[in-house]
Design a protein around this ligand. Structure first.
Ligand code: 9D3
Length: 245
């Protein structure tokens, strides 16, 4: 899985990638991330990457030339790259988008914006996609780039190790997770649900499914609309609804 990130703050990206599960995935060659400093591709002696907006208004705009220079140099073949612009105007990235990018054969190139905007010609002539990571305002595209790399990388076989499978995730499976407990059995008077200590595995599975359904119904009922319930799950959900006041 190959990613490249284009940014004026490369250290934000390299710092995160040098930590934890992604560090291990990179050292094992399961994913490969190149980071490019946009400033290195500026054309003037001051390495200017931004300028005032035509038409006036607040804030600065990232100039087009460094992006085009970088693409000409590093990704001249349009069939081998998928350029993703990160911007608040993009379609909202979700688990389905992560799965789609995980299947991508081309290199995924993430363009991070800063300041008010990136010159529109970058979007028009270079970008294949435009993604946002949610409906809130950030200061730039670096955290969104990391969000996308993180979400896609953990879908690559081997990245999470053998013990954890991404299929078990909420969102992948369509339901929220059940509650988790570890030792001690009794902590400051708060005890672990006895069913988890009973050793009856099918009873435990049933309880977990019940709690997943209960939480989803309570916190994210819209997730149930796109989820096809098995007949067993329908029964459990009816039980939960009968318990409610
Ligand atoms: C006044 C208009 N603003 C748009 C909402 C300007 C603006 C704010 C913040 C332009 C760019 C940014 C920086 N944000 C990103 O580059 C960004 C982002 C985000 O802010 N939220 C969610 N996803 C993303 S992806 C890139």
């Amino acid at each position: 899985m190959k990613f490249s990130v284009v940014t004026i703050f490369p250290e934000i990206i390299t710092t995160y990638l040098g930590t934890s599960i992604l560090k291990r995935a990179i050292s094992r060659d399961l994913i490969n991330v190149d980071v490019y400093n946009l400033r290195d591709y500026a054309s003037d002696k001051h390495n200017t990457v931004d300028d005032y907006p035509y038409g006036g208004g607040a804030g600065m705009v990232l100039k087009p030339e460094p992006f085009f220079a970088l693409v000409d140099r590093i990704w001249p073949d349009a069939t081998k790259r998928r350029i993703v612009l990160l911007s608040p105007q993009g379609r909202v990235f979700n688990q389905e988008t992560a799965l789609e990018l995980a299947k991508e054969q081309r290199e995924t190139v993430l363009f991070c914006g800063r300041y008010e905007a990136i010159d529109e010609r970058v979007k028009e002539y270079l970008a294949d996609d435009e993604f946002s990571v949610g409906n809130y305002v950030l200061t730039g595209g670096e955290l969104p780039a990391l969000v996308i790399i993180d979400a896609v990388a953990r879908l690559v076989p081997g990245v999470l190790g053998d013990s954890r499978s991404p299929e078990a995730d909420s969102f992948s499976c369509g339901l929220l997770d059940y509650p988790h407990y570890t030792r001690p059995e009794n902590f400051r008077g708060m005890s672990v649900p006895p069913v988890l200590l009973c050793g009856n595995h099918s009873k435990i599975l049933r309880w977990r499914k019940m709690e997943s359904l209960r939480r989803t119904l309570e916190k994210r009922p819209e997730l149930l609309e796109n989820y096809s319930l098995s007949s067993e799950e329908k029964k459990l959900l009816d039980e939960i609804k009968e318990e409610l006041p």
